[in-house]
Design a protein around this ligand. Structure first.
Ligand code: PMP
Length: 387
């Protein structure tokens, strides 16, 4: 009885507060135009920033002929293949580090790294708006979790100055914040980490593949050395259009994670064909001009949206949210957009702070300027009606 009541109350509360979430089912592949139920929709909410999700299928099919399907076991038992080895090598080289360690997802990478490195008596310092997986990693570690004001390195500096010096310090931040789209002050964070002999972990889920000339990521974009940014987490499910994640670092750190990161050790390795296909996706990203195309699309969106009076947030990234506030209103706007053929998800608490529901619009290199202009034309009257 106690469980039934608790579960029903939680579900009813979610509905009453307009916070109910459910997946929508696609009838075909991910892309700029998708089929959802009966509707064809122009997609403005995926993390497939370069349009690579639709392109990896051929590489996967080809790799499956050699590698078949499952990896059969975790990396340290017998699931680690040449395909994984090559992917680790290619990712490390692209991000500019000596080594990389694969994880099944970014969520698991963050849990694994933070919980492997820190313990009771240590402190994990995190930006208030860090991704849930980073916060969960700190909870798992039993270290003390302290959060500084969003993107406020002065606040972090002040807090660090008041610590008693016992225990080790890990500073953790998203590079591009997933729900706001703005970028962390990475240079200041690196300087603070050096000053306090803290380790710095940057989650570049939304920067890897996008930032830098050919998507080398946030470290390159900020001209930081690998020593200044010793722990770099990148994901393969966003700009690379696939699935998986890695942590790039030096040799000792890679050995340490292989020994102690439980979410790397105690889980089945990704299918080797997927690892081989991800290598091809990485080559596509290195060869093309997709990052430039994306930057052009972001600039075009910002110009049109600004002219249309839409309240842009200070983001230069592919994540271009429009802050609504009320969850109910955000849902209404999302539904109205869907009626007119656009898919933009309403992001609500607890993913974002209370009263800060938003339309999380994301741009892709695969959008045409016409499609971006259509979204703005549709949004402008809807926004005026609801404000
Ligand atoms: N970090 C950030 C900043 C993210 O936005 C996400 C995905 N939403 C993750 C980590 C988790 O990555 P994955 O989807 O590969 O688990």
């Amino acid at each position: 009885m106690i469980w039934q009541r608790r579960i029903q109350q939680a579900l009813e509360q979610r509905k009453a507060q307009h916070l109910w979430r459910q997946p929508h089912c696609l009838q075909g592949p991910q892309g700029v135009i998708v089929t959802r139920g009966e509707r064809r929709l122009l997609n403005f909410c995926s993390n497939d920033y370069l349009g690579l999700a639709a392109l990896g299928g051929d590489a996967l099919q080809q790799a499956a002929q050699q590698w078949q399907f499952g990896s059969g076991a975790s990396h340290l038992v017998c699931g680690h293949s040449q395909a994984h080895e090559e992917l680790q090598r290619a990712l490390a080289a692209h991000a500019g580090y000596p080594r990389a360690v694969l994880f099944s997802t970014g969520y698991m990478a963050n849990l694994g790294v933070i919980s492997a490195l820190t313990q009771r008596g240590d402190t994990v310092w995190q930006d208030k708006l860090n991704h849930a997986s980073l916060l969960d990693g700190a909870q798992l570690s039993r270290a003390q979790l302290k959060r500084y004001r969003h993107n406020d390195s002065d606040h972090l500096q002040q807090l660090l100055a008041t610590t008693d010096g016992s225990g080790a310090h890990l500073i953790v931040s998203d590079s591009i914040f997933s729900m706001d789209g703005n970028c962390a002050e990475l240079t200041q964070l690196a300087n603070i980490a050096e000053q306090h002999q803290a380790l710095l972990l940057i989650d570049d889920a939304h920067g890897f593949g996008v930032l830098g000339e050919h998507g080398e990521g946030a470290r390159h974009a900020f001209s930081l050395s690998a020593q200044q940014l010793p722990l770099y987490m990148g994901t393969l499910g966003k700009a690379l259009g696939g699935f998986g994640a890695f942590v790039a670092c030096d040799h000792d750190m890679a050995d340490y994670l292989t020994q102690f990161a439980r979410s790397h050790i105690y889980t089945t390795a990704m299918p080797p064909a997927l690892a081989a296909a991800m290598c091809v996706q990485l080559q596509r990203l290195q060869q093309g001009d997709l990052q430039k195309q994306l930057r052009t699309n972001i600039a075009y969106w910002r110009q049109l949206a600004d002219q249309a009076g839409l309240p842009l947030m200070p983001s230069e990234s592919a994540i271009q949210p429009l802050l609504v506030g009320s969850s109910e209103r955000a849902l209404q706007l999302s539904a109205a957009l869907s009626e007119q053929g656009f898919w933009v998800t309403a992001i609500r608490p607890p993913t974002v702070p209370q009263h800060s529901a938003r339309l999380r619009i994301t741009l892709s290199a695969a959008h045409s300027h016409e499609q971006i202009a259509e979204l703005v034309s549709c949004l402008q009257p809807l926004w005026e009606q609801c404000s």
